[in-house]
Every structure is written in C-alpha cells, then in structure tokens.
Design a protein around this ligand. Structure first.
Ligand SMILES: [Zn+2]
Length: 119
C-alpha cells in the first residue's frame, strides 16, 4: 500500500494471494453494509477461522449450512465447508478449475495459513 501511495526506494515486494487493486464483489459489499462483525459479535462470536470440524456442535453445523447459501457463481460451487468458510472470510480467493482434486481436498490442512479473524 505504501508503494502504491508513492513510497520510493523499494527494490522488491511480495504480494501474496490478494491483488493490490481490490474490487469488492457484491457479497462483500453486502456483508460490509450489514456490519457483519458487529452482528456476529452481538451473537457471541468473538472470532472466526476457515477451520471446520466434522464433529461440530449444532450452532457451527447451522452456520456451515448457512454458508452454503452464499451467492457464488455456479462454476465455483462445491460441497467443501472449508471452501465456504474461506469465501465467507476473504471472498473468492481461487478458481476451482485451477485447483486439482488433491489440492482442493487438502484445503482443510492449509487452513492454518489463513489467519483467524477477530471480530
Ligand atoms: Zn471448493
């Protein structure tokens, strides 16, 4: 961001995962407009990660089911709860056609690289 604002003298930069010119999709603007962190915090949710648990309690299971209703293009729909959580937290970070099955199936192992979001 500093470089985009005109910072001089930087010889290299690593820009990971997210582009420098962010165009928020409609779903992100919708969540922002709802002040979703404030709403979730009022419901007792203090933080959220992309990690999902097969033995989750009823409230986490309900939340997982609700995330399936996110507006996602047909070609990006799948049944991975991890994908749904990642999309909920960060928006769509990848195109499924660019992930092979092994990578997609291992996303739950990679959730540790995604930071949790404290609300
Ligand atoms: Zn997926």
């Amino acid at each position: 961001m500093a470089m985009l604002a005109g910072m001089q003298g930087v010889r290299s930069a690593l820009i990971s995962q997210i582009a420098t010119h962010i165009r928020a999709p409609l779903s992100t603007r919708f969540k922002t407009g709802l002040h979703l962190p404030t709403v979730l915090k009022s419901l007792g949710v203090e933080s959220h990660t992309a990690y999902t648990d097969r033995h989750a309690d009823w409230s986490d299971t309900l939340f997982d089911r609700m995330l399936r209703l996110q507006p996602i293009p047909l070609e990006e729909r799948c049944w991975s709860s991890v994908c749904h959580h990642i999309t909920f937290l960060y928006g769509m970070l990848y195109e499924h056609e660019r992930l092979n099955k092994a990578t997609h199936d291992a996303l739950h192992e990679k959730t540790a690289i995604f930071t949790s979001v404290t609300l």
